[in-house]
Design a binder for this molecule. Structure first.
Ligand code: F6P
Length: 322
């Protein structure tokens, strides 16, 4: 194929490491003689032609920055037929031969709509939630878990000083991956996630009582935001056990800041692979991590996959947090 121009966009919630991916795509393309274009604010940028020329220097000093220099958005307009048509027509007007889309599940569905309309897209998984069914790993997850871990380490100092319970709500709209991985990293007494229907007595009260009986005097409890029960659980713990308890909602601090080495490296490798795939004429692919290897898979198959939750890992985290 006569492939000359690649556009890059980030869509959905920003994730640390997106900038490293943008940098890799731009530099890899430019060094192969491909013209890179930046699209601002996700699919909205295609609809409103908010597109600009990029080059090797336009991605200098961004590998260490969180967020996304391309800005991001969730675009309801793109979900309409009219919005899609505007985006597709603009791709033709701007001579865009392919688009690299960096984002989560919703962004991949957007890319699928473009593919069905004849625009070649390669997707990179980018969301802190790590909830993309087709990939074991998504850019931003490692940084988010590290951010949450560092915050909870600080909370533990004060929990321990007061013999208190501290409840920490972490992000994860429909997914407990941040909660479980952070829980393993900080040694949380209880971890509550949307994938598991918890029993208040068994999964919280009995666990606190048991660890108390073997000498523990402060308790870290992690709750994924998707459960929407953080305040209620706090009140119930105070009522049933009579210990002091405090709630911290970590919120967007988890999503910001400098990406970890793991996120930078994965994003860089994925960005380079996206350009290699386009150079070799591949069409409609998602780059995923499978069995710890970065590989491309077909976008239509990718979107049919079902995310499996690692209950074994969850149980191990709880077994040793006593
Ligand atoms: O999808 C990533 C995520 O951070 C979720 O964990 C969270 O539920 C959501 O985005 C928050 O979205 P917003 O930044 O729009 O409030």
């Amino acid at each position: 194929m006569n492939f000359k121009t690649v556009a890059i966009l980030t869509s959905g919630g920003d994730a640390p490491g997106m900038n490293a991916a943008i940098r890799a795509v731009v530099r890899s393309a430019a060094s192969k003689g491909i013209r890179p274009l930046g699209v601002r604010r996700g699919f909205n940028g295609l609809i409103y032609r908010d597109v600009f020329e990029m080059n090797i220097r336009s991605v200098s000093d961004i590998i260490e920055r969180g967020g996304t220099i391309l800005y991001t958005a969730r675009s309801p307009e793109f979900l309409t037929d009219k919005g899609l048509k505007k985006a597709v027509d603009n791709c033709a007007r701007m001579n865009i031969d392919a688009i690299v889309v960096i984002g989560g599940d919703g962004s991949m569905r957007g890319a699928e709509r473009l593919c069905k309309s004849g625009i070649n897209c390669i997707c990179l998984p980018g969301t802190i939630d790590n909830d993309i069914a087709c990939s074991e790993y998504s850019i931003g997850f490692d940084t988010a878990v590290n951010n949450a871990m560092l915050m909870i380490d600080k909370i533990r100092d004060t929990a321990q000083s007061h013999d208190r319970c501290n409840i920490i709500e972490v992000m994860g709209r429909r997914c407990g991956n941040i909660a479980v991985h952070t829980g393993m990293a900080v040694g949380a007494t209880a971890i509550l996630i949307p994938e598991y229907k918890f029993n208040f007595q068994k999964d919280i009260i009995d666990r606190i009582n048991f660890t108390q009986s073997i000498g523990k005097r402060h308790f870290i409890i992690i709750i994924a935001e998707g459960l929407r029960q953080t305040q209620k659980i706090n009140e119930e713990i105070v009522r049933k056990i009579g210990i002091e308890s405090r709630v911290t909602i970590l919120g967007h601090v988890q999503r910001g800041g400098s990406p970890s080495a793991k996120d930078r490296i994965a994003a860089s490798e994925m960005g380079c692979l996206a350009v290699e795939l386009l150079m070799s004429g591949e069409n409609g692919k998602v780059i995923v991590v499978k069995n710890n290897r970065i590989i491309p898979i077909d976008i239509y198959a990718a979107l049919k996959s079902k995310k499996l939750f690692d209950f074994n890992f969850y149980e191990k985290a709880l077994e040793i947090s006593v």
